[in-house]
Ligand binder design. Sequence first.
Ligand code: C2E
Ligand code: CA
Ligand code: CA
Length: 530
Amino acid sequence: MQTAQNLIKAYRRKRIIVCLMVALFVLLLTFGLRFISQRDLIQDRLETYAIHAVNSLDKILIPIAGKRHELVSLVGQPCENVHLPIRKQAAALQTLRSIALVKSGVLYCSSVFGNRDVVLRDRQPTLPDPQPKLLLATDESLVKGSPILIQWYPASQDGEDGVMLTINIHLLSSLLLEPQTPDIRRVVVSVGNRYYSESQGISDSIQLADGEEMLTRQSELFPFSISVTTPGAAMLALEDLPSQAPLAVILALVLSAVAWLATAGRVSFNREITHGMAQREFELYCQPQLNTRTQQCTGVEILLRWNNPRLGWISPDVFIPVAERENLIAPLTRYVLVETIRQIGYFPADPQFHISINVASSHFLQGALLRDVNQFWFSARPKQQLVLEITERDNLMGVDYRLVRELHRKGVRLAIDDFGTGSSALSWLEQLRPDILKIDKSFTNAIGTDAVNSTVTDIIIALGHRLNIELVAEGVETPQQAHYLRQHGVSILQGYLYAKPMPLAEFPRWLQGGTPPPKEHSGHVLPVIL
Ligand code: C2E
Ligand code: CA
Ligand code: CA
């Protein structure tokens, strides 16, 4: 039984490994998918934010650009005449700090101060310019040192005349450029090769911190772009992962539970037995039983052998108990019945010759054994007599004696296997009325060596005689045992002394010559060591 337990443990280990792998896979998959989706989401959010900021600044610059011609036409006119109109325009365009008119490089009229006389180049070294220009600068007149965005429109060919519009970027930035999500560290406006951000003001370069990433979107209408910097979408997605742990763990638990249930049939010894039957891996061996008075072989016991291509030879002491526990013993007995009939030609076609098959008491339930015997044995009309061996260690009280009577009526004989090793009350002998008692090999072994057990042997023999039940002794290994048993009236003997279990195909040769089967077919099975 130790090896059976080992086998089952090995299968359970396999199932546990499968479930752990499923759990690990689910965890990795959940985290992986969540990571990818979160990273893409953050990436989308950054992009949306940058596009939105570009559009917002575009919306500020469009109405200013709309006034360009109107304002340019005012350049050159005396400040007294145009001061009011440019003040009104500056007031109408709320984002403007001031409008200034420039003539021959001199800022001569401002919406804020009226008449002025300032050389523009002194204030803004890159102005005036023959081309319209957008630039980031620092205010040198109204709020000194504050960051401003200047829109320059030239009014003459040489660019010395023009209109300078000052946009209060500092006010704008709180509306537009302040990072509003934790994903965004900084929002930077870049015009030409100057940069402005809330935190750093105006600078000539953007310094990216370690791992910081930047996404830039260009305005299609004006020469500026907006960049957003982040600690990195991948990093943010990674930081978000712990919040997904409960979901991932629940999913992993549920799916590994499903895997546990799903592998119940597949990764198990039961599955191995079912597969073994389908692949006809089980081979039938037979062990002769001899009537020592006549020196004749009167029958055989069929014993299963399993040469499993994956696990090697597996002893029936291992797979039979598992098959019984896992409700596979009836299919296995059916297999034995079918295979015995298929190879029935190896046995003498003699009604006196019996073929013993081991059955489990659970197979008696609801008449299943009777149906199977009818379907797989009697339908083939074999000449030989069928003996069903049922072990005494089984719950014999559960055997329906009406069914036994029906089997008796059909000529099937019932043997109690391993007699004397069970713990059932003897009352069932009355009910089942077995035809044969098989003296267990432990009692045969005890003959001449173990006083207590050989007394039990004597009692069993006496009981058999008293109840008129035939006695068969199994496990006979020495001539002394054979002699003792014969002397005490046990005439049918089975054991290595006469023959080891052999493949059915070798039985005719054994029967003819009485020679023992070759050693490689001795029927010995090595215990499975996992
Ligand atoms: P069992 O029915 O008591 O079978 C007799 C066992 O004793 C066989 O072991 C046989 O090989 C072994 N044996 C026979 N002669 C000697 C001997 O002289 N000395 C010793 N030491 N052993 C001897 P096996 O084939 O390993 O079977 C073990 C058990 O497995 C069987 O005990 C039986 O309970 C079960 N079994 C085997 N085949 C089947 C089957 O087709 N159906 C069912 N339900 N059980 C089976
Ligand atoms: Ca048996
Ligand atoms: Ca036995």
